[in-house]
Design a protein around this ligand. Structure first.
Ligand code: HEC
Length: 169
């Protein structure tokens, strides 16, 4: 009898301990969720910063490819080099999977489901930038060839957007 009683007392105590522990866990999880959201927000802002820079260096090239602004092979070579330097930063800045954060972003969850495919798009961007750099810095390259190289680089952007970015169409 007394053993049983002690057992009951003990298990009640254990129960209270468990309750206390789960209460603590709940509070801890609440703090962590706020921290996670903060971290995800910063990760999204950082990668979008890298993408904005890609847009910044690509925009004048798009204007030249469309004949809206005069062709400037030196500027094309320089911007292609900048884009080639920025591209590997996508690998780094997309490491954090923010798909469950519920925060505003155009990044599709498939980025973190198919990391090899996503990385392949980054490699294609690096190659497109290197190729355009070679074309634009070669002596006496025809304007049409530079426009072709810009077009290919633009396709490397678009190809990733098609598969991994929210579609606006
Ligand atoms: C490997 C995939 C990939 C490649 C390559 C890529 N992008 Fe993107 N881009 C994305 C994704 C994903 C987003 C959405 C990111 C988000 O909202 O969190 C995006 C968003 C953007 C944005 C909007 C950024 C903002 O939030 O203001 C711009 C601008 C952009 N990309 C330009 C480019 C240009 C220019 C190129 C080529 C030089 C390029 N991207 C290549 C995946 C890519």
């Amino acid at each position: 009898m007394s053993f049983r009683l002690t057992g009951t007392v003990l298990s009640t105590g254990a129960c209270a301990l468990l309750l206390a522990a789960s209460g603590t866990l709940f509070v801890t999880q609440g703090a962590t969720a706020a921290e996670d959201t903060d971290r995800a927000q910063r990760a999204i802002a950082t990668r979008q910063g890298a993408l904005k820079l890609l847009g910044y260096y690509m925009a004048p090239l798009g204007g030249m490819a469309r004949g809206r602004t005069p062709m400037d092979a030196t500027l094309v070579a320089r911007n292609a080099q900048r884009i080639g330097s920025l591209a590997p930063m996508l690998t780094d800045t997309f490491k954090a999977n923010t798909s469950a954060s519920g925060l505003d972003s155009e990044a599709l969850p498939v980025i973190w489901e198919k990391p090899a495919e996503f990385q392949a798009k980054i490699e294609a961007l690096i190659e497109g930038a290197a190729e355009l750099g070679r074309i634009a810095s070669a002596e006496g390259t025809a304007e049409g060839a530079i426009k072709g190289g810009i077009g290919k680089l633009g396709q490397a952007c678009g190809s990733c957007h098609d598969d991994f970015r929210v579609d606006h169409d």
